[in-house]
Design a protein around this ligand. Structure first.
Ligand code: IPE
Ligand code: IPE
Ligand code: MG
Length: 248
């Protein structure tokens, strides 16, 4: 069958796609392996999807890699994930460079192990002058954490008389979120057949199109991303209006 890439409307590519990469553990179980094998295979999916996003001109790709709640997993799994992150950064930096990708993070990066922080910082500055896809990794991220953090800073600025409460609106509030400079995702994808958001980008997905697939993350490839974008392009985004209003 023809690739979904060729069927895409080039004038309607989402600028920002966010993905909840789920199902690594079940993939490993299905193949009779330890959960960590699923996480390892998941890195290959990340590589394919990052390439595929750049190839169709997506500007921002946000990947949910580790949630605040994931710290509660067994220590050996958390340790393995942190180690894998270090390895993945080392292994992928060159090809990210070749693909003109920039890197940034959202989440409580301070909570990450020193080694991960160090690798991340090095990679971010190495890729800093690239102009292609902006890859955003959500690490030790949860949306409620992000919102509470924003509120704390907002209240402090109000106490310090930097802002007046009556000036608070959507735009001003968004400036306090981790995603301050990034426009909201038009499309949110979740793999592995789970129909929930798991504390991801709650504010930012107010009007995102949601796409769920049964595929487990280690089986997801760029073609699957293009299929999701194709599905997105065939939806009508009404933002509270009627269909008739959109045509005129
Ligand atoms: C997603 O896969 C990766 C992370 C949350 C780090 P899971 O590890 O959640 O895989 P399942 O959901 O148990 O299959
Ligand atoms: C969401 O997956 C977090 C990431 C993909 C990083 P989880 O596997 O942690 O979500 P729940 O617990 O099934 O909701
Ligand atoms: Mg999961």
């Amino acid at each position: 069958m023809e690739s979904f890439r060729n069927r895409l409307d080039k004038n309607n590519i989402p600028k920002h796609v966010a993905i909840i990469m789920d199902g690594n553990g079940r993939w490993a179980e299905k193949h009779g392996k330890a959960r960590v094998f699923g996480h390892e295979r998941g890195v290959e999916s990340v590589r394919s999807v990052v390439e595929g996003a750049g190839e169709i001109g997506i500007k921002y790709l946000t990947l949910y890699a580790f949630s605040t709640e994931n710290w509660e997993r067994p220590k050996n799994e958390v340790d393995a994930l942190m180690e894998l992150l270090v390895q993945a950064i080392e292994m992928e930096t060159e090809s990210l460079m070749k693909n003109n990708v920039r890197l940034s993070t959202i989440g409580n990066i301070e909570a990450m192990p020193a080694k991960v922080k160090e690798k991340l910082e090095g990679c971010i500055s190495f890729l800093d002058s690239n102009t292609g896809l902006n890859l955003v990794l959500a690490l030790s991220y949860s949306s409620k954490w992000e919102i509470i953090n924003a509120v704390k800073n907002l209240v402090q600025d109000s106490i310090d008389k930097k802002i007046k409460p009556e000036k608070i609106n959507n735009e001003l509030f968004e400036g306090y979120l981790n995603t301050a400079k990034i426009l909201d995702p038009e499309l949110l994808i979740r793999t592995s057949g789970e129909y929930r958001i798991s504390n991801f980008l709650l504010w930012q997905i107010a009007y995102s199109e949601l796409y769920f697939t049964e595929k487990l993350w280690p089986d997801f490839r760029k073609e699957d991303l293009w299929e999701a974008v194709f599905d997105f392009q065939n939806r009508e985004r009404r933002f509270g209006k009627t269909s008739e209003q959109l045509i005129s």
